[in-house]
Design a protein around this ligand. Structure first.
Ligand SMILES: *Cc1c(COP(=O)(O)O)cnc(C)c1O
Length: 348
């Protein structure tokens, strides 16, 4: 009796088909960094089998992914030494070059490399400046061992389509990359807004069935359903409190379910009172503090028994975006924070 994350294979296929419908002419880099946004590399075969490339953040992730597939891998952080460069090449990774020392590293290598050049257009985390990019092009074009696959950049505000930085970044990018062979800019929010689809799109969160727009689900299907069993049911009298700090007190006679999940499993400790939990198809309010192994839910209005399943998120009635909002965070953080105590099950 413990928390389970079931991962829906049909939902993964459906969400991939949404990407294809939105961007029919682009190739797809499925972003599977952070253990596939917390969904586990073992459970995401539809992405691994059907994407053109798989995007990871760091080399350790590429190593794990390569044990499962021969699909090309895009390494977003790139490499920082000759040995990393050699390892990336042996794993058949395409590597992102986003800062000047990486240009030098690649030019000093005796091995062929497939590179993506990342330009900074306004996110200001990673990426070459306009001048560095021009220098990089001159050097790589003179190097027969280097194949420039694509030039990329990343939006800072794609989930706010009206934000002026979007147009600014796209204009910058288009001006700088007029002569580029292949270009890539779009994350999920840009794909769903039909912005900057270009040659390669890089969907992440939408593949997992979560819309980057809290007010529009774009017909995506949730991939992860997180659930846990009711471990105990208690009757509280008015005036009795619940949990650490006794922060919640019953104002009337209350039936309380104690559910076997907590922040030690990745359920957010900051979920506020009234965060919905779906039990027997009814949304019931969380009460009291989230503890490491347990939460408490007011089930006065429903019939439920010990052993019944409580769904924390991943149902048509309860999206991870709702829980994120109630916890003052974003779905990305909740999904990628599920702990190793939770069992992952691949389901149809
Ligand atoms: C994570 C990531 C994406 C995917 O972003 P989503 O918002 O999850 O679609 C795309 N591009 C880069 C460079 C990323 O790091």
């Amino acid at each position: 009796m413990h928390a389970v994350a079931s991962i829906s294979q049909s939902a993964l296929n459906h969400n991939l088909s949404v990407v294809k419908r939105c961007a029919p002419h682009a190739r797809i880099v499925a972003m599977v960094k952070a253990n596939a946004y917390g969904h586990h590399l073992d459970c995401i075969a539809p992405l691994i089998d059907n994407a053109d490339l798989l995007g990871v953040s760091e080399l350790s992730e590429a190593v794990k992914l390569r044990q499962k597939t021969n699909t090309p891998i895009l390494l977003l952080s790139g490499v920082y030494s000759q040995s990393e460069l050699q390892q990336a090449a042996s794993l058949n990774c395409q590597i992102v070059v986003h800062q000047v020392s990486q240009i030098t590293l690649i030019n000093e290598s005796k091995y062929p490399s497939n590179v993506w050049i990342k330009i900074n257009t306004g996110m200001n985390r990673l990426g070459l400046s306009a001048e560095e990019y021009q220098q990089c092009l001159i050097q790589f074009e003179a190097n027969p061992l280097v194949n420039i696959v694509c030039v990329m950049s990343h939006f800072a505000c794609a989930d706010e389509p009206a934000h002026p930085l979007n147009a600014h970044q796209l204009t910058q990018f288009e001006q700088l990359t007029k002569s580029a062979n292949k270009r890539s800019m779009a994350n999920s929010a840009a794909i769903l807004s039909n912005i900057a689809l270009l040659d390669f799109v890089r969907p992440g969160i939408m593949l997992y069935g979560v819309s980057p727009f809290v007010d529009n689900d774009h017909n995506l299907k949730p991939v992860m359903q997180l659930s846990a069993p009711i471990l105990s049911i208690k009757m509280l009298q008015a005036g009795q409190s619940v949990g650490y700090g006794a922060t919640w007190t019953a104002s009337k006679k209350t039936t309380l379910a104690t559910v076997g999940i907590g922040y030690g499993d990745g359920y957010p400790r900051h979920a506020q009172a009234d965060t919905p939990v779906l039990i027997n198809n009814v949304l019931c309010p969380l009460v009291g503090r989230v503890s490491m192994d347990l939460i408490t839910v007011d089930i006065s209005d429903i019939n439920a028994n010990v052993g019944d399943k409580a769904i924390l998120w991943g149902d048509d009635k309860l999206s991870v975006n709702t829980v994120a909002k109630c916890s003052n965070t974003i779905s990305y953080e909740l999904l990628s924070s599920i702990s190793s105590r939770v069992s992952f099950v691949s389901c149809p």
